[in-house]
Design a protein around this ligand. Structure first.
Ligand code: PMT
Length: 404
């Protein structure tokens, strides 16, 4: 590391519309005091010119492995050694496939094989390509090899579709690359609940709610990007759980409770973002109920409160609850904070369908003696801001969170 202790960053740019966001990343890295050298794939040059990156990085941009002139300056092996960290943003499906296969058929993939520096990928691609089993397998393979990932995020895509595949924002990539200890939750073990629970009435019907799981999935992604080892216990989701996270699918509140309690030991942080059904039908019909009678009465019984049970344990992790309210957000959230014995509560207004089932949300966060408001924004951004706040509160709480 040469520049005032800041790492030398080798930024790889592969072909994708998100390449324009890599320009902002170079600027931010330089603002942070890093020296940056950019290597582009040929496809990337169709989106942004090498001259742009040269102007932003203040260094010549490399594209070719067999460039005699460039090799006489800093050859590719020297470049691989020079890098303290390698980040590829955007990482296209093709580039990830070539990296997973260990190929070295251009300068960027060759550098990835030739360097001992840690590698961070910011995948960006169409949502169907991201969800494709081949890409999932390549992702798992790379993660197993120790490659780190930031994003992708869910939202509207350049191709006009909606889903997971958008490149993480430069701020998130910077955070994942340089963040405190290379991640504010580095070394922490985090357990998160997400999504609705479905409480069966008969083999085809259930009692449920509108939760999509987006908020919990965004939190799992943000916690993973902050360096945590994350387990996500989730009900039926409308979105894919993030790669690099242990995902435990469940259906009912009781199954969620069992899955959470089985995985609670040695956790530093528990975040309950799931919309757990408060009641379940007392009887579950073995056969589909017939619609013979004009009315049908279901008797509901209380489900266990998973959050309150976790918070009452000793030792226990730092415990963060959510509150979904339609009236008196502040009053109800503060009452839940005290009644359930939580460290922090994130309250959202779900009247008129806001926050629940949608890609955006706003949060009012409360803890003993403090509060912070986060205005409406994409859940991915909100999750990052909330993880930052939680980290700050965990540190302030002083004591080892595992014995709180
Ligand atoms: O999933 P999305 O579509 O992205 O929507 C996000 C969300 C609105 C569901 C989320 O932000 C949220 O508010 N989650 C909590 C919803 C909820 O059940 O709130 P509550 O006020 O009823 O419950 C309070 C807390 O106790 C929550 O942390 C809940 O997870 C927990 N709880 C509730 C009941 C129960 N039996 N067990 C629990 O652990």
């Amino acid at each position: 590391m040469k520049t005032g202790g800041k790492p030398n960053i080798l930024l790889g740019v592969s072909g994708g519309i998100a390449a324009y966001k890599a320009c902002e990343l170079v600027r931010r890295l330089r603002d942070a005091g890093c020296e940056v050298r950019v290597v582009m794939t040929r496809a990337a040059t169709a989106f942004v010119t090498p001259l742009t990156f040269q102007a932003l990085s203040g260094q010549p941009v490399r594209m070719d492995l067999l460039d005699a002139e460039a090799e006489s300056g800093m050859d590719h092996i020297a470049l691989a050694r020079w890098a303290d960290r390698v980040v590829i943003a955007p990482a296209s499906a093709n580039l990830m496939a070539r990296l997973a296969a260990g190929m070295a058929d251009d300068l960027l993939t060759t550098l990835c094989l030739a360097t001992e520096a840690p590698l961070l990928l910011a995948p960006a691609m169409n949502r169907v390509m991201w969800a494709h089993p081949a890409t999932r397998a390549n992702t798992e393979r790379l993660l197993t090899r120790g490659v780190r990932m930031v994003g992708p995020e869910s939202g509207s895509q350049a191709c006009g579709e909606e889903g997971a595949g958008r490149m993480a924002e430069p701020a998130s990539i910077l955070h994942a690359l340089l963040g405190p200890g290379s991640g504010s939750l580095s070394g922490r073990r985090v357990l998160i609940t997400a999504g609705p629970t479905h409480e069966p009435i008969d083999p085809v019907r259930f009692v449920g709610n509108r939760s999509s799981g987006r908020m919990g999935v965004a939190l799992a992604t943000a916690a993973r990007d902050a360096g945590a080892e994350v387990c996500l216990v989730h009900g039926p989701l409308a979105v894919e759980p993030p790669a690099g996270v242990e995902a435990v699918p469940v259906e009912t509140a009781e199954a969620m409770r069992v899955a959470v309690l089985e995985r609670l030991d040695d956790r530093d942080l528990f975040i309950a973002a799931a919309a757990v059904a408060d009641y379940r039908p007392r009887e579950v019909a073995g056969q589909k109920l017939k619609k013979d009678a004009p009315t049908l009465t279901l008797e509901l019984i209380r489900n266990p409160d998973i959050l309150a049970e976790v918070a009452s344990r000793r030792p226990r992790p730092f415990v963060v609850g959510f509150a979904a309210e339609t009236t008196d957000l502040r009053g109800n959230a503060l009452a839940k904070l005290a009644r359930k014995g939580l460290d922090l509560i994130a309250a959202n207004d779900v009247s008129a369908g806001q926050g629940i089932g949608r890609p955006t949300n706003a949060l009012s966060v409360f803890w003993q003696g403090g509060e912070r408001l986060f205005p409406e924004q994409p859940k991915a951004d909100l999750a990052r801001a909330l993880i930052d706040l939680i980290t700050e509160r965990m540190e302030r709480s002083g004591a080892d969170p595992s014995t709180t």
